[in-house]
Design a protein around this ligand. Structure first.
Ligand code: SAM
Length: 292
């Protein structure tokens, strides 16, 4: 049996999360925006190896707890390993969130880069809401792909020679219509939450702008360059034929697919660790309160 996809992506997850937020931004959110001053019980939907816990637990009041749920058994094992020496109360639940029922006993239900991978976002949001106590808070950190794709600047190139937004916008929309999975879900969550009865909804954007600076220390440049590559920017598109076939399957015309292949091959050759590049992921962070 082949390995579960996300179990094989621990390295990718570990190398890319830091591209999205500065640590001080989490502190700002916890203290100034969500104003968490007493211990909370947090549940993280699609927790992976528990990334959100690693960011939130050090900032939350003592005695706060963190429960992570994920269907990847290697991810859950990795999470348990990460937290085994940590001074926090954690618990990990292995299972398909579509099928597991959680008790209504949490103060915060969070997810990070999870809803884009499910077809029934509103049902899952309802599930997150369902496990919150009165006055509990839902927090979704989710991508808005097209906004991330509009936020690359590679010195020496017109952005339109590197990323073609019009094509990608249509591609993402068609993907969402066909599969139900939506890489732009982040920007839609405020609407979904309001429709589900959540109140005091606010939406923010991730703060980090990465700067690949050949004039900075080599280890910093190398770390950022390798993470950006891991995240997909300037990645080798591989063989032309399967690349084109895949895009045509996703609704692109042959010419559009051919053009995208040329562009990505060009970019993979141009993007070296001595390039100047700025990039921000523009994740959307939506929160709201449950009033029962
Ligand atoms: C992009 S990863 C994000 C992981 C983690 N939240 C992070 O940001 O590092 C998406 C995660 O959702 C999990 N996932 C997807 N569908 C799931 C489901 N139905 N039940 C539980 N976990 C699921 C995957 O196993 C994977 O760990």
């Amino acid at each position: 049996m082949s390995e579960y996809y996300w179990d094989s992506k621990i390295d990718y997850l570990s190398k890319t999360r830091w591209l999205y937020y500065n640590d001080d931004y989490f502190e700002f959110l916890v203290k100034n925006v969500w104003k968490i001053t007493s211990p909370v019980r947090v549940i993280d939907f699609g927790c992976g190896y528990g990334y959100m816990g690693t960011k939130l637990l050090p900032l939350l009041p003592e005695e706060s707890t963190y429960t992570g749920g994920d269907v990847g058994n290697k991810l859950i094992d990795h999470a348990k390993d990460i937290y085994k020496e940590a001074p926090y109360k954690t618990q990990f639940v292995l299972g398909d969130i579509q099928k597991v029922d959680f008790e209504q006993e949490y103060d915060i239900a969070v997810c990070h880069a999870f809803l884009l991978h499910v077809e029934n976002q509103k049902e899952i949001l309802q599930k997150m809401i369902g496990c919150l106590v009165d006055r509990g808070r839902i927090i979704c950190f989710e991508p808005h792909w097209i906004s991330g794709m509009s936020s690359y600047y590679l010195d020496g190139h017109n952005s339109s020679d590197v990323v073609q937004l019009g094509f990608l916008q249509k591609l993402y929309e068609r993907d969402a219509q066909r599969s139900g999975k939506d890489g732009n879900v982040g920007i839609k969550i405020p609407v979904y939450l309001s429709q589900l009865g959540v109140r005091q909804i606010e939406c923010r954007v991730s703060d980090k702008v990465n700067f690949l600076d050949p004039n900075s220390e080599a280890w910093k440049t190398e770390a950022l360059y390798s993470s950006l590559k891991e995240d997909g920017f300037g990645a080798d598109p591989g063989e032309e034929e399967p690349f084109i076939a895949n895009l045509v399957n996703r609704g692109a015309t042959y010419e559009e697919a051919q053009n995208e292949y040329k562009l990505e091959s060009f970019l993979s050759k141009m993007f070296k660790n001595d390039a100047f590049l700025t990039y921000s992921a523009n994740m959307k962070i939506t929160t709201g309160v449950i009033e029962r």
